[in-house]
Design a protein around this ligand. Sequence first.
Ligand code: BGC
Length: 721
Amino acid sequence: MKITKIKALILTVIAGCTCTANAQNLYNAATEAKIDMLLKEMTLEEKVGMIHGNSSFTSAGVKRLNIPELVMSDGPHGVRLEHGRGWDAVPGVNDSGTYLPTGNTLAATWNPQLGYAFGSVLGSEAKFRGKDIILGPGINIMRSPLNGRNFEYLSEDPFLVAQMVVGYIKGVQDQGISACVKHYAANNEETDRGTVDVQMSERALREIYLPGFKAAVELGGVNAVMGSYNKFRGQFATENRYLVKDILKGEWGFKGIVMSDWGAVHNTMDAINNGTDLEMGSDIGTPPLKFNKFYLADTVVSLVKSGQVNVRLIDDKVRRILRVMFKTHMIGSQRTPGAYNTRDHQLVALKVAEEGIVLLKNNDHILPLQKNTIKSIAVIGENANRPNAMGGGSSQVKALYEITPLQGLKNLLGNKVNITYAQGYKIARNAGPDSSMISQAVEAAKRSDAAVIFCGWTHGYDYAKWDDNAYDAEGVDKPNLLMPFGQNELIKAVLQANPKTVVVLMGGGPIDISQWVNHSKAIIEGWYPGMEGGNALAKVIFGEVNPSGKLPMTFPKKLEDSPAHKLGEFPGHNGVVHYNEGIFVGYRYFDTYKVEPQFEFGRGLSYTTFKYSNLQVQQKGTKATAYITIKNTGKVAGAEVVQLYVHEQSPKVERPEKELKAFQKIYLQPGQSKRISLILNKNAFSYYSETQHSWVTDHSKFDILAGSSSRDIRCSKSIAL
Ligand code: BGC
């Protein structure tokens, strides 16, 4: 781990940026006055033209007033390929860009500064490509490991989401481009995503599902929010009075644009009254899209003309769009130029992958493999050789290049180590164990000093086809948690053939590994690590990078151990899904109900060891600061994510066993120690009271737990509030 290099890299990427974006700068008196003038000049038709799509990814401007079109692009981990004004990819344009690791990889770094660097790359490339809004980050809570879009999202934990999202948004927006946080709210499954009605307690909403969005608005100063497809308590989320009007725009004072997900508006009056500002993607009839037939198009003109809708409601929507346009230099000032495919951007992709890869198991210290003692290696599995950038749905990216794991190992090992590749399994619909592929893999493993199997999930089958999604993809949830394509049989056979086998899981998170986990010595979670992912994985496997990622979600032993599945509440019944597990999502459930996970939230091993000592907590009223000393007691440099959890001793209401309330990633040379401080403000101790309709802090005793994971608590101290 080269500490100074990381810092230098992040500084290069953010050079010239001010990290001070805040919620207020969307709104200032001078801009409001300019907007008043523009609104006076505009006809009703011109105003309405601005509040609905006029092509697949744009909405209209007003040429005679120098108001440009608003141009949007997916997505969370790269600027999507060009679609022109329709849905088909435009051939022959320069749209192969930087493919960053996916959201779950970013979250696994537990490094908000990398969130900022990540966002800066996106903002800069979006600007270069002439985009105004990047349709990310996606931050829905991972309620179930089956959710097909978990790979785009960040975590099961609202605190981790909130910490990572702010950096990402500021990174994008300091480039003068808008981020659009999505999907607001309670879009936690893809099954029936367009219709499912989500029912949950107020407490679960406030404690689990909203904090990330609240942080995006209040701390990130995000310019745009995308409403989700699903219903919430009976009304579509995008035009939901409670979510949009009362909470987002009311309680949180959001001054930017609420846009619909593509085709998520269903009712003109609800959208007008409840705060949907921009309707996108409503596929009305057969192509070509009839944009004037959108819910927020011609109908609105008639409603205003006939006096059924007050034009001030429309003015407010246009005002919000104009605010964002002023803030992002679309009107009245000049944007700085963006950059595309720079080496610095690729190095951010590499760094996020390096810091996001998680070492889950390393018995007998078989990792890292040693370049100078290993002469031959078997690389097994179709995932070793499969580019992923174009998979998964709307987050697809045309990557300038993508280093697969196999390529990464070749790059690192050159001709010093003999690599034998065996496909092992076939990614195809209904494919089961393939005995000839398995025996080829076994032979390769037997003949080699070590074997590495790349297995796990994939987005789908054929990425050239839009709808060939299967596992980690938009519009589908995984059918179950079992390894597809006969991978269990392959892994078991290879583990037997060569005990020096490293299993690398790829994809959007948890998978059932119970059939062979006890026979494996080393397991790595590799996620979808972006265009430099293969290089990052090779460096981790051979110890050039000391892993420092931590799981942003719990890996259950089996699907039924996950709370939503235990209760039979996924994906719902008869069009309704009841989140009956309430606040007990992820480790909050596993810890409180004493269910043993396969790998716990926050887990991530290192090639070195860290000693935690001398935890002290200074308390002032309802705030506290924890001080702790961390020492690198091993032989190599490394980074540790120090996690602080809070446990209330005798709560008045049901509370989770513990909750993450602070963390910090620190980099230490061998023998080096650092004393760090972590702040616990009032929120760290409070819960949402359904009877008082507000956050409440009990005057009681709390344990402050410092650990290397949620189940590896090293020190604790009690305080009384
Ligand atoms: C997805 C969004 C995406 C939009 C535009 C929708 O289907 O849910 O996340 O931004 O399409 O591509």
